[in-house]
Ligand binder design. Structure first.
Ligand SMILES: Cc1cc2nc3c(=O)[nH]c(=O)nc-3n(C[C@H](O)[C@H](O)[C@H](O)COP(=O)(O)OP(=O)(O)OC[C@H]3O[C@@H](n4cnc5c(N)ncnc54)[C@H](O)[C@@H]3O)c2cc1C
Length: 387
């Protein structure tokens, strides 16, 4: 039986493990955390609408139910030519090596003065504690923003920060505190969120206006300090609490591995998710360098599509058939952007640039998606096409 070693138990790695095991491979998934953190629903942890535990999916349980092995451990090094990885000092090898451990984050000067979401799940609970402490003071200034990566625009992630801003606004209104707090959104690009399309940007700006959220866009961020954000033109944004989501950067283990990478350090892949020059090595999800239109973005649904493409191509290679599946046809931006009380369905691809408001129901749809996601991974619910 051919063996596959999947590195990273996030959206990409878990789906790849399920798909490869389903195709008869002997699969081992290695990940440094015992759980998959469901980032899309983690936005409700800081505002108390979701618990940390409810946002985690136990990888050992999925492995048991889906017929693959799970090993908790940090990958320290990769030797792609030998299709092997070192975990806790031990080299593990396989016929197929799937790199799925997401990315790292850029670290602008003074970033330690900010709170964040995404990345290390513990950051989300630290932000929750900081927010609780500020709200307990009864008044304050909250700034939230995201950064860019000039080397790879697809690694920019602004959506969750918009969602967090709307959810904090909702929380403050529910507690009767909104008038006591200023809320300011900042980003270096002139039109934050433009990857989602012009309609989405216009709707977001209009909503900021209606809610009294100030927008500071188009100024390069030079750094942070304990009192807020500094900009290139010498200006600053004073804040008691700053939430900042830096753009993605290549994973340190990838950078030291000799794998081909793009300027930002993400693994170069062909449309079939194979790494050129290294037969049997595949890279999927946030770890991979995406090709395609300027609006392309690293997202969970694309990470899963890449996992299915890679698994299909692994099976084709093993059967002596050409590997024809391509992730390029799955490139799109698809999200239900939560607005605290409702949501907006955003779709962008070669043919569509849509924003459909989903008042009230959208909020609950996104919450329902979290349970659906876990249920499908555990094999308790059938997967609906396209979801
Ligand atoms: C707050 C937030 C909200 C989001 N909302 C949405 C949304 O609504 N819709 C959407 O489509 N996308 C959303 N995204 C983006 C989506 O979560 C990512 O695109 C997706 O998680 C990428 O999956 P991945 O498996 O490639 O990487 P990750 O999910 O980052 O998984 C990587 C895994 O590898 C593990 N790992 C890392 N280094 C090592 C190592 N050295 N050894 C072993 N294991 C390692 C990590 O612990 C992690 O489990 C959101 C992201 C954030 C941060």
């Amino acid at each position: 039986m051919k063996r596959a070693l999947v590195l990273g138990g996030g959206f990409a790695g878990l789906e790849a493990s399920i798909q490869l095991a389903g195709r008869g491979l002997d699969v081992t998934l290695v990940s440094d955390r015992p759980y998959l953190f469901v980032y899309p629903t983690s936005i409700w942890i800081p505002t108390g609408e979701a618990t940390f535990e409810a946002t985690c999916l136990d990888l050992a349980e999925v492995a048991r139910r889906r017929g693959f092995a799970f090993r908790q451990g940090a990958v320290e090094a990769i030797e792609p030519a030998a299709r092997r990885a070192r975990v806790g000092g031990e080299w593990l090898d396989a016929d197929h090596l799937v790199i799925a451990f997401g990315g790292a984050r850029l670290r602008p000067p003074g970033v330690e003065h900010t709170q964040t979401i995404g990345g290390d799940p513990a950051a989300t609970t630290r932000f929750q504690a900081a927010l609780d402490a500020l709200l307990a003071r009864g008044a304050g200034r909250i700034a939230m923003g995201f950064g860019g990566n000039p080397s790879d625009g697809s690694a920019v992630r602004g959506g969750p920060v918009f969602e967090m801003m709307f959810n904090v606004d909702t929380l403050l209104r529910r507690r009767g505190l909104r008038e006591k707090f200023t809320l300011t959104f900042f980003a270096p690009m002139p039109s934050p969120g433009e990857r989602m399309g012009k309609k989405a940007v216009a709707a977001t700006v209009a909503m900021f206006g209606r809610l009294g959220i100030e927008l500071r866009a188009g100024k390069k961020i030079t750094g942070f300090d304990a009192g807020g954000v500094r900009f290139e033109d010498g200006g600053r944004l004073d804040a008691d609490l700053t939430l900042f989501l830096p753009a993605g950067d290549g994973h340190p283990v990838v950078k030291g591995s000799g794998l081909p990478v793009n300027a930002a350090g993400f693994v170069t892949v062909d449309p079939g998710c194979a790494v050129p020059g290294f037969p049997g090595v595949w890279a999927i999800g946030d770890a991979a360098a995406l090709e395609g239109p300027a609006w392309r973005a690293k997202q969970g649904h694309l990470a899963e599509a890449m996992a299915r493409v890679a698994a299909e191509n692994v099976a084709a290679v093993e059967a002596g058939r050409p590997a024809t599946a391509s992730y390029l046809e799955h490139l799109s931006i698809l999200c239900v952007m939560d607005t605290g009380t409702g949501a907006a369905f955003v779709q962008r691809d070669d043919r569509h640039e849509r924003l459909i408001p989903l008042p009230v129901v959208g909020h609950w749809m996104k919450k329902g998606w979290g349970s659906y996601f876990k249920g499908t991974k555990l094999g308790r619910l059938p997967r609906l096409p396209g979801l």
